[in-house]
Design a protein around this ligand. Structure first.
Ligand code: HEM
Length: 247
């Protein structure tokens, strides 16, 4: 993640804020933008800072800047370009951070244990087993790499396995049914208990949230209406509205 700061000095506060209200719609829709915030200086109301979290500087410059979202965004804020005093990408050096879901889960070793136990169950299962007939022996490890990256660990899946589009393409045409999706979820949750993934409510809610979301996407991408995936970064999942409980 990289943070872009844009500092403005703008006399026309109302017009500027209204333009940004419109501009953040395409900005927020773009997959490269993780978050944004526009703030006004309390002691000097002409000064604004726009803070945008991007998945990476390259995703910002090569992905967002070349997308239709950028064209829409730029059309709104173009009149204020000459008011920019600084525009830079910043790397975080020191921050107050929560542990990632990856760290909380126990890192790569815990996720590899999880997927090993899970796929052993999958292979024996009458409903989902046939989908995985002839499965690549590396599959459990690849899925552990994917989960690790999603949950805030290293970007190994992107670097070694072709990232988001490769993962999605593996599901195309598989024709997964809703009962199969649900069985996949149930078996994964059983495996999570069996290998001792943390049982606290906050972790399990975030974990289940991603699994619910991810399996519903897998269902869609495996089905007849699926469109080929657009290039986009591996999704990142975090604690949501419940950070880890620490008494
Ligand atoms: C959160 C949900 C899911 C995640 C994170 C996930 C993850 C993955 C990943 C990373 C791959 C590609 C591995 C590689 O790099 O080769 C893959 C392939 C596959 N997934 Fe999923 N998946 C999910 C849901 C599902 C569901 C619900 C099903 C079916 C019930 C399913 C069936 C398959 C199959 C059949 C393959 C191809 C395996 C092969 O190469 O033979 N996935 N999945």
């Amino acid at each position: 993640m990289i943070v872009e700061y844009i500092r403005y000095r703008v006399p026309d506060a109302d017009g500027f804020e209204a333009a940004y209200q419109r501009a953040v719609v395409p900005l927020g829709r773009s997959p490269q933008c993780l978050n944004y915030e526009l703030s006004r200086a309390v002691d000097e109301p002409e000064c604004y800072i726009l803070r945008i979290e991007w998945t990476s500087a390259e995703d910002h410059l090569e992905g967002f800047r070349k997308s239709d979202h950028f064209a829409e965004f730029f059309a709104e804020i173009k009149p204020y370009v000459s008011n920019i005093e600084e525009m830079r990408h910043y790397e975080q050096v020191i921050t107050k951070t929560e542990p990632t879901l990856y760290e909380w889960a126990g890192g790569a070793a815990a996720l590899e244990r999880l997927t090993e136990v899970f796929y052993a169950k999958v292979e024996k299962d009458d409903l989902v087993g046939p989908l995985f007939a002839g499965m690549d022996p590396g599959h459990p490890r690849y899925v552990a790499m994917w989960l690790g990256e999603v949950f805030g660990g290293p970007d190994t899946y992107s670097r070694e396995r072709g990232g988001h589009s490769h993962m999605v393409s593996k599901h195309l045409g598989k024709g997964v049914t809703e009962p199969q999706r649900r069985r996949w979820v149930n078996l994964l949750m059983d495996a999570a208990d069996e290998v001792g993934l943390p049982r606290d409510a906050e972790f399990r809610a975030a974990f289940a949230g991603y699994i619910e979301w991810g399996t519903r996407l897998a269902l869609y991408f495996s089905g007849p209406k699926a469109q080929a995936p657009r290039p986009e970064p591996v999704p990142r999942w975090d604690w949501g509205s419940r950070p880890p409980y620490r008494p």
